[in-house]
Design a protein around this ligand. Structure first.
Ligand code: ADP
Ligand code: MG
Length: 247
């Protein structure tokens, strides 16, 4: 038997800010090659949970494992190497504005991975082609649309060969007509076998592309299941009420 292994495990994750308990014993597993979608109202802890997965936020309790390594045990000074395994894409694109598109995709490969420049450029061009932007390699970020900039940000994250990709509302800042191009890149990535954890309000995309959907509310995982189960047969009142508000 070739059992699927977990690429990301969140075990009993808790997080408090001051007096506020924002995450309450979250359990969540993502198998290798799986796309898990997280939905939930604003303030339910989705971003905090994602940020704990590469320790941009320090968990208060619980453990997180990436490819069976307990990243919550790593001393702070050694976090950089761990973070190479976890690609992250945010709502804002955060490209380096004074560097060309290809330089944005090359820089961390040279600095963090110590890849030779020609190899980094070749890998960068491959990834820009993959996100449909090979022809924009020498453009500056300001010359691109928001959707194109987000696709560069995805290529830049992929250039470090991450084991898991985390997306926090990657299309929320985009004009509606630009959303589709970013979702298509994410779908292609999933089809290539990337392990992905995605926070998004794009419910139609979740139905089409997600293996599983997790509904968070008030710092808990309230319900989790296949897209058909979550959207077609929601069990809890909180999920029913959330879906009636967003759809
Ligand atoms: P979501 O992404 O689901 O909208 P967040 O994870 O951003 O939710 O926030 C969850 C809760 O944690 C919110 O009540 C928010 O105000 C609070 N929170 C997030 N970050 C901080 C912080 N750095 N300090 C204090 N409270 C925070
Ligand atoms: Mg958020």
């Amino acid at each position: 038997m070739n059992a699927r292994r977990y690429m990301l495990e969140v075990r009993g994750l808790g997080k408090t800010f001051g007096e506020t308990e924002v995450l309450k014993a979250i359990d969540l597993n993502v198998s290798e090659g799986e796309l898990v979608f997280i939905i939930g109202p604003s303030g339910s802890g989705k971003s905090t949970m994602l940020r704990c997965c590469n320790r941009l936020e320090e968990p208060t309790s619980g453990a997180i494992l990436i490819d069976n390594a307990r990243i919550t045990d790593i001393p702070r000074r050694d976090l950089d190497r761990m973070r190479l395994n976890v690609g992250m894409v945010f709502q804002g694109f955060h490209l380096y504005p004074h560097m060309s598109v290809i330089k944005n995709v090359i820089l961390a490969q040279i600095k963090a991975l110590k890849r030779p420049a020609d190899e980094a450029r070749q890998r960068g061009m491959e990834l820009l082609d993959q996100v449909g932007l090979g022809h924009k390699a020498d453009a500056m970020p300001s010359e691109l649309s928001g959707g194109q900039q987000q696709r560069v940000a995805i290529a830049r994250a992929l250039a470090l060969d991450p084991k898991v990709m985390l997306f926090d509302e990657p299309t929320s800042a985009l004009d509606p007509e630009l959303v589709g191009s970013v979702l298509k890149v994410m779908k292609d990535l999933r089809d290539k076998g990337m392990t992905m954890l995605v926070v998004s309000h794009e419910m139609a995309f979740a139905r089409e592309a997600a293996d599983r959907v997790v509904f968070m509310d008030g710092g808990y995982v309230v319900e989790a299941g296949t897209p058909d189960e979550i959207f077609g047969n929601p069990k809890s009142d909180r999920l029913k009420s959330f879906l009636s508000r967003v759809s």
